[in-house]
Design a binder for this molecule. Sequence first.
Ligand code: AMP
Length: 395
Amino acid sequence: MKKTIRDFDLNNKKVLIRCDFNVPIKEGKIVDDNRIVESLETINYAINKNAKVILFSHLGKVKEEKDKKSKSLKIVAERLSELLNKSVVFVPFTRGPELESAIDKMAPKDVLLVENTRFEDLNGKKESKNDFELGQYWASLGDIFINDAFGTAHRSHASNVGIASNIPSGIGFLIEKELKELSILDQPNRPYVVILGGAKINDKIEVVSSLVKKADKILIGGGMAYTFLKSKGIEIGSSIVDLDSLEFAKQTLDDYSDKIVLSIDAKVTKEFSNNSNYKVVGINEMENDDNGLDIGPKTIELFKSELKTAKTIFWNGTLGYSEFSNYADGTKEILQFITSNDVNATVILGGGDTVAASKVFGYKDKVTYASTGGGATLEYISGKNLPGIDIINNK
Ligand code: AMP
């Protein structure tokens, strides 16, 4: 058993909390603040126990100097301050005298947010490669480390594994809740059906080979399907694809043809836009400039027939580019179906975009559990270890 935040005396201590504030931002606005809301329980607990609360998080990927503007956590500090109903000191640096003196000035119950940890990636990927000196430096800013960022627990970064290697550590309430809720999938009621979609194909595709052993069926739609379809020699036009994974996809299909169900039709368009013309075509009828942005009606019916008798359903990745209203039907209809009386299953959603879609379309409150993790949730439920949790002190 891992130590939790409840196992520490936080009074007057500098408590470093790794949160997952990696929220979707469009046109300078937070589109969905779910991950900030999910962090509140741990932060409020630390405030109530008189801690000096120092928060870390990443936001997106920071590859070039110019990314800093759109990837600053300042906007998160503002939203967090509204949600906590108290001021949050935002330090626009990841290290240095300004950060250290802001921490020195903190009184118990104060909350401070450090700038996006991935700004350190501009400096030789120090955050993402878990640079030893960086983990040691961040740890030196506090007395206790609490990891509550489930969404990045599958990564070994300086802001989780690095800090935890240097000072006493525990998990927060969100990680505790995620582990408890996802344990349903250790011994799922069967049939256990997994739905996979989305666009981060190379992050997720390898998990298919272990998930396929646990699940009774895997339904693959969304951007994820096209790598599998192409590996079978099907024309996929300009649809999203991971060319490096074609061989893997082909092998997985050969090994598990009885378990994997792929989309059989698609809604295609010639331009990546919600305003361009679209049509539904059979999966073998795509032209070389067609972009498949949603599953078609036949796939929706096929997936429903597989889901009808399921007792456990796990879903990661939307079934189309559901941010465009013309390509949201697949995701919407399947969400509607699995939360209706036609299906009597435990339904677990994983991943920021999938959960955001369920919220936008009005189904989030109808599922059994919505996990904050995408890749982390997938790795965990397929039986892999999560380094960000493994490193935490045992009781
Ligand atoms: P992920 O982070 O892998 O769960 O991907 C979620 C994203 O995948 C969402 O923003 C979707 O709009 C996008 N997506 C789903 N299906 C497609 C598709 N067929 N083509 C392009 N993007 C897609």
